[in-house]
Design a protein around this ligand. Structure first.
Ligand code: HEC
Length: 245
């Protein structure tokens, strides 16, 4: 027992002596402090040299107002080949903003893509539709896709019962609607237009028909061309889910 107490005292004493050598007068040397304590620069903020006591500017960045992020060089070619803006900029919308955007999108009856490529765009739209949408909406657009037929999912409308335009289909693909989520993560901006063109062309009798009636979120009338019953009314009147966050 006394042996143990002696041992413990000896260990504690040794530790106290060795730690006391780390005094402030004799700080440990650190070579290359940037490696041990890396400084994360904010690309657009002023970069400062954390370890120098001089005027704290890093000479290489002085020209850019101290920022480490540089602008693109002259003549840089933009990567947005199709020139179609990505409207799914992940902005949170209020319900009113969502509905206003939806109403406005109904008035858009032409896609911004080059009409010269229409045939190709429709082919690609069909391919993407069959891969991305048909499981729910069906290859015939009747809302009887395989997961609906299997009973696993329900509430998918027949396009004939919805008053839609190429602009509104694109809007719904971008921002989602009720039970249908946004497809902005799966389809690029140009492809969302291609799928919208295909849906209109294949199931609504053409890419560019104008909306049948003034579009509002609360009063949707069935497409008069199809004399179908109007299950769309109830669904369209209750916009419940919030738009994409
Ligand atoms: C998981 C199943 C599912 C998938 C996949 C899906 N949808 Fe939908 N879609 C729905 C449901 C459910 C609704 C009804 C939403 C509502 O209540 O208005 C709907 C509604 C719509 C509408 C009508 C919107 C309106 O303005 O009334 C369009 C157009 C549409 N979808 C297009 C598409 C396209 C194009 C794709 C493929 C990119 C797609 N959907 C993929 C389930 C799906």
């Amino acid at each position: 027992m006394t042996k143990n107490i002696l041992k413990i005292t000896a260990i504690l004493g040794f530790a106290a002596i060795s730690l006391s050598s780390c005094s402030k007068q004799n700080p440990p040397l650190v070579y290359f402090p940037d490696m041990y304590f890396p400084v994360a620069y904010d690309p657009l903020a002023k970069a400062e040299d954390a370890y120098s006591k001089h005027e704290n500017e890093i000479p290489a960045f002085v020209k850019q107002n101290g920022a480490t992020g540089l602008g693109p060089v002259n003549g840089t070619v933009a990567q947005n080949k199709e020139g179609v803006a990505d409207e799914a900029a992940n902005t949170a919308m209020t319900m009113d903003q969502y509905n206003a955007g939806y109403d406005a999108s109904k008035l858009v009856t032409a896609s911004p893509l080059d009409p010269a490529n229409q045939q190709k765009d429709l082919e690609r739209g069909k391919d993407l539709y069959n891969k991305t949408c048909a499981a729910c909406h069906g290859t015939g657009g009747d809302g009887q896709g395989s997961i609906v037929a299997s009973g696993a999912y329900s509430g998918v409308p027949n396009y004939k019962d919805r008053q839609i335009t190429v602009g509104s289909v694109h809007y719904v693909l971008t921002n989602g609607r009720n039970a249908m989520g946004s497809f902005a993560g799966q389809l690029k901006p140009g492809d969302r237009w291609r799928v919208a063109m295909y849906v209109m062309n294949e199931f609504k009798g053409g890419i560019n028909p104008a909306p049948a009636a003034p579009a509002t979120a609360t009063a949707t009338t069935p497409d008069p061309a199809t004399a179908a019953p109007a299950p769309a009314d109830a669904a369209a009147a209750s916009v419940t889910t919030s738009p994409k966050k």
